[in-house]
Ligand binder design. Sequence first.
Ligand SMILES: [Zn+2]
Length: 493
Amino acid sequence: MRRLLRILRAVALLLVAAAAGLAGLLAFNTLTNTSRQIAVAPLAPLPLDQDAAAKRLAEATRWKTIASADDPDRSADAFRSLHAQIAAGFPAFHAAAKREVIANYSLLYTWEGRDPQAPPVALLAHQDVVPVAPGTDGDWEAPPFDGVIRDGYVWGRGSWDDKGNLFAMLEAAELLAREGFRPRRTVYFAFGHDEEVSGKRGAAAIAALFKARGVRLDYVLDEGLLITDGIIKGATRPVALIGVAEKGYVTLELSATATPGHSSLPPRETAIGRLSAAVARLESRPFPASIRGVMRQTLEAAAPEMDLVNRVVLSNLWLLEPLVRRQLEKAPQTAAAIRTTTAPTIFQAGDTENVLPGRARATVNFRLLPGETEAGVIARVKSVVADEGIAVTPRPGNTDPTPVTATDGAHYRTLERTIREVFPDVAVAPGLMVAATDSRNYLGVTDTVFRFSPVRATAADLARFHGTNERLSIANYADMIRFYRRLLQATAQ
Ligand SMILES: [Zn+2]
């Protein structure tokens, strides 16, 4: 009996010691996980006529530069009006840079550098906008194409995506050109005109031109992730995410065939039943989620900027990763960043109520995590479906995920520093783009792609992107101009 008590006491002591040790380890990891943010002096405010700049952006939103997938010349007049506005609005920049029109509507500016040995860089933006969803015009607080300035905002389609970036770049270049700035390295400004419908006519043509001319870009900066404000759970301040990779895009068609026949004599298995079961299997067995790669980098950089609970958790992923993964899997927005997603989008079979169709077809769209491939997705789909009778066919236009841009290079550092100078309250972390940008077309002429828009956005603002009541605050717009001006100085002084 006494011996048993002794053993129990020893076990209890051991457990207490283990718990204390674990708590100590968690605390140690948390306390030593200090901020990785670069310490910089905030940039002095820029003397800037922000009302005049806002007016130019507002005017730009009045041109309905809506790209069409089928008709390259849709909105031709709108694009020409925009070009005329740009040429007239930024005279010093136009005197300093060479302008070319590519594929009729895209614009390529070359600001020649002083040092021909210094590798060039490119800033990207797109002129086209998405249409307003039919029937939603009346929901806008200001009409989407009137160029309204009200309550400190520029309202309208394109004010944020992506004429905001495009005009902020031009404003910055104009200011510098007026000051007599001449870049050391050549800076290209490449403004595509069909980003919203793939960029195959605009960005792809500009990238092909670079290739034909033997131009290799040291880096490309395009629109992308944002300065998230209150979007990352637990963050104690806004977090600017620099997109260092884009997910891949793969669409597969699944089809089942059967002998067509009368519905009074159905076989044991029909094309519809068989295909439905296949799609249901895909949905019930999603691709595995994991906090590796870019998401891991995001969490590691953001951890020290979190409130206490989240800082403890994210500083101890070695132990708590499964907990974090389950949390991230809950919302579609975060789940998309940690797994290859599966989305059945089209289902077609049958057209008569008393006839068994000979064929059923389903279209499933996958967005691939970096490292995954089209071939890998097809192999997994076949194995999950596990039915020889289901044909799996890739659709044209599939693209693998982009490579991941390194975050230890000089240009990443410059970008990070510039963000912290212009937005001192903000922490910077790398992130994964779940959507596609024009920069995808430039992978043949550069190894270093950044996808970042210096736009502050709350969770509520995200609905305005491609949605109703798109707008950009004038204060934010002024900061965007300061950001691009500072970046141009830092990258090409
Ligand atoms: Zn865009």
